[in-house]
Design a protein around this ligand. Structure first.
Ligand code: HEM
Length: 454
């Protein structure tokens, strides 16, 4: 019986921490080349992390009982923003209960009802993008995914409240991009001063607005609203009680933090990769123009998520009880990281793993333990259907309207921003207006004030 943790780099923790920040993908690949499919890394002021990338290990982690591994505890760093009721921070039965409350609001079929709204927002944003010059798509995609969360999840209509909340939440999200501001400091040390004090003030401002929104929505009722908040307002705990204001606030913030930058970065990768794949891009545009199928669109997104999973790991699973995974015994206190990037680039799992080939997902649907951009098991991303729908609609809106031209010879390298991996130069491309497509008529109609067909 093995009792030691798997071997791993022996560099000092500080260098290991810097390495994973500055060259996230290279340091992972070096780890795997040297130590194989599981290895231990040590970061500053952190417990040991064991990086796992054997699909069988991943399966055993995802299937482990809820009292053995605690993903919620492993994600504590998010608490100042998402709040302590957030589904992402809970474990065992409180997690299950919260997740059950939220599942119907994120169900795939429900999401379809948000499609028209998402499409309208996508087209409106995309129309404004400059053409025939180098632009960064990533910040524009961030604007768009923020707008989509605020309208489709928070249920805000255009107007002063949307503008005010957009402004304060943008400030708040900036703190989550700066990981130092999230490191919990000893109580009292920074209170009222420095980044933490500032973040508390902005959070309080955002909370005031969100609680006012919740109160108003409780009064007015759903009135046929399709947004996620409407469904959460109708959800009931097992004892029949509704979700509290604090729970609603925390889950709205969770959707914002979990769903905004992830989707924006994933879309940024989609454009960065596709623009350098003329054959695959042409096939995708042909399918979109034909307007009936979306198999290649789906497969292309799946392939983008395989090549560049924006969260390279699922939520870190903190070991609470001794557990054997893949024949190795892990003691409490160790953290297990299911690493999507390494599984996705394992030649035993994906032949020619570095080639961009959406066709592989036309031939075979993504596997539960081999395609991990949304994590898995009982913690799998709640917003997966929401994000897939959103990414399809945004890709379609852009590719219907513009031809994509590359900047530079090859796709951008990866840079780490807060918890996601995104294109280092902001996803630079040149857009060129297409003409004579079906879209012109739709846009002309909307500009003339005719509502989009249902
Ligand atoms: C491309 C976009 C997205 C990616 C790549 C992504 C990825 C992930 C991943 C890897 C996890 C952790 C799963 C695990 O540990 O097993 C997760 C959890 C979660 N995601 Fe997403 N996500 C995306 C979009 C969204 C959106 C749009 C929302 C909501 C509107 C959302 C809400 C959540 C929530 C609530 C959880 C926590 C689930 C739990 O702990 O039970 N995500 N996501």
């Amino acid at each position: 019986m093995k009792t030691k943790l798997p071997p791993g780099p022996r560099m000092p923790a500080l260098l290991q921490t810097l390495g994973t920040w500055t060259r996230p993908i290279a340091s992972l690949e070096r780890g795997r080349a040297r130590y194989g499919k599981r290895f231990t890394v040590r970061a500053l002021r952190q417990p040991p992390f064991v990086v796992l990338s054997d699909p069988e290990d991943i399966r055993e982690v995802f299937m482990s009982p809820p009292e053995v591994l605690h993903p919620g505890e492993g994600a504590r760093i998010l608490e100042p923003i998402v709040g302590r009721n957030s589904v992402i921070l809970l474990d065992e039965s409180p997690h299950l209960e919260q997740r059950k409350l939220m599942l119907p609001a994120f169900h795939g079929e429900r999401m379809e009802r948000l499609a028209d709204l998402m499409m309208e927002l996508a087209e409106r944003e995309v129309e404004m993008w400059p053409t025939d010059e180098e632009i960064e798509l990533h910040p524009r995609l961030q604007n768009l995914t923020l707008e989509i969360v605020l309208r489709a999840v928070f249920g805000l209509e255009q107007g002063a409240r949307l503008d005010a909340l957009r402004e304060v939440l943008t400030k708040l999200l900036r703190f989550s991009e700066n990981p130092l501001s999230l490191i919990p400091l000893p109580e009292g040390l920074m209170a009222g001063r420095g980044p933490v004090g500032e973040m508390e003030a902005v959070t309080a401002e955002a909370d005031g607005m969100i609680f006012a929104l919740i109160e108003e929505r409780r009064k007015t009722g759903a009135q046929g609203a399709e947004d996620v908040l409407a469904l959460l307002l109708a959800a009931e705990h097992e004892d029949g009680s509704p979700m509290s204001d604090a729970e609603l606030r925390d889950e709205l913030m969770t959707a914002l933090v979990a769903g905004h930058e992830t989707t924006a970065s994933q879309l940024a990768w989609a454009f960065t990769l596709l623009v350098h794949q003329p054959r695959e891009l042409a096939r995708l545009v042909a399918e979109i123009d034909a307007g009936e199928e979306e198999a290649y669109l789906t497969a292309s997104i799946q392939e983008v998520m395989r090549c560049r999973p924006v969260l390279i790991n699922a939520e870190p699973r903190l070991v609470k009880q001794p557990v054997r995974i893949g024949g190795v015994d892990y003691p409490p206190g160790v953290v297990l990281l299911c690493n999507a990037y390494l599984v996705h680039h394992d030649p035993e799992v994906y032949p020619q793993p570095y080639a961009f080939r959406p066709e592989r997902f036309l031939e075979r649907a993504p596997g539960t333990y081999t395609w991990l951009p949304f994590g898995g098991g009982r913690r799998r991303c709640l917003g997966a259907s929401f994000a897939m729908l959103e990414m399809k609609l945004v890709l379609r809106a852009v590719l219907q309207r513009y031809e994509l031209l590359p900047v530079g010879e090859r796709p951008e390298t990866a840079r780490r921003r807060s918890i996601t991996i995104s294109p280092a130069q902001g996803a630079r491309v040149i857009l060129r207006e297409r003409s004579g497509t079906q879209l012109d008529a739709q846009v002309a109609q909307r500009r003339a004030g005719v509502p989009a067909a249902a």
